[in-house]
Design a protein around this ligand. Sequence first.
Ligand code: ATP
Ligand code: MG
Length: 407
Amino acid sequence: MSALPIFPGTVSESGQPATLGVMGGGQLGRMFVHAAQRLGYFTAVLDPDPHSPAGRVSHHHIQTGYRDAQGLAKLAALCDAVTTEFENVPAAALQTLAARRPVAPGAAAVAIAQDRIQEKSHFMASAGVAGVRCAPYAVIETQAQLQAVPADLLPGILKTARMGYDGKGQVRVRDAAELAAAWAELEQVHCVLEKMLPLQAECSVIVARGWTGDIVSFPPQLNRHVDGILAVTEVYEGNMPPALAERARVATELIANHIGYVGVLCVEFFVVDDGSEHGGLVVNEMAPRPHNSGHYTMDACDVSQFDLQVHAMAGLPLPRPRQHSPAIMLNLLGDSWLDAAGQPRTPDWQAVLALPGAHLHLYGKLHARPGRKMGHLTITGADVAGVKAVARQAAAILGLPGFEGAA
Ligand code: ATP
Ligand code: MG
């Protein structure tokens, strides 16, 4: 087991430079690799895809499956600590790695986040203490449970317990007949039925927690989804009522502390109109890794979510992040690379890159598909009105949806 902290730029007794590893090679892994390398670490990525965004920029890329014993042994041999960027990485693989190296987050925390049923129990036991609850729901694993669903959960959303992301594995149902049909369509895998809530808004909170239980947080992010995919994140003073923001932060810290979480954790919330002055806060789900809604931290904060992922896993201090600039992040999906006829085109970067305070991040993916996350654009500036104006211009140039609210 490597001793913590692992300082960058050091050389171990075996002559190896300090190296940090990541399970998964998508864009989150790529931005982790960038942050680790900037500090002076070597990096290793395990991902089966030879063209993975993170594999392309890492010192080492182990091209094997997540369960491959040889690949895992190689990762453990190369790295002083390992993290994950992909929440469906098999918990057993993290356990195998943890026998040899510090792994953050740990297998138990990732296993909870992989299963909506376990996740909801965990939320009730942690955030529930502060009065922050899940949407009313029922577990559906058997025909009997399907029959017993209370009528007041309908209309609702049937969600597979495992492997859902970006709105996949979800079916909206109005009544018991549609529910039964939807469960059959999902091949009767374990599911939860959630009551459909009238959402006023959605937000998320990102915290980083260290091996000794120290914890720091970013300001809550206000998020807008289009077709189940995050489209816009807005973060600045006044993006949501302060009391609500504070409750979301407290709930997120409770959720992280309850399982002794180590690493970066994002918790997503719904804001619903429950008659209270600031609206009710409902906890939706958690991601055991940096999150799309935290990408603005790279350009608008003095320390980013990826910097804190590096610090947490390596046992370095966790500096309290300070946002120095209001920010709006626009997700860039493959749709922007396709014209109305579905033919490839290059977005108008000339116009986008001329915008003041525009920070373009592309993930090195060569093939655009509708809904595929290709990159993001963060707008920063001196004041909120200016940032909104530039974000509106960027959205117009790129034909992006979901930005009407900022008008
Ligand atoms: P992610 O990409 O965040 O992992 P996901 O596929 O895991 O998404 P959820 O976050 O559960 O799915 O849902 C996606 C979106 O669907 C939410 O952000 C929200 O806009 C909407 N939604 C989900 N559950 C509900 C609900 N109970 N009531 C109303 N809207 C909901
Ligand atoms: Mg979600």
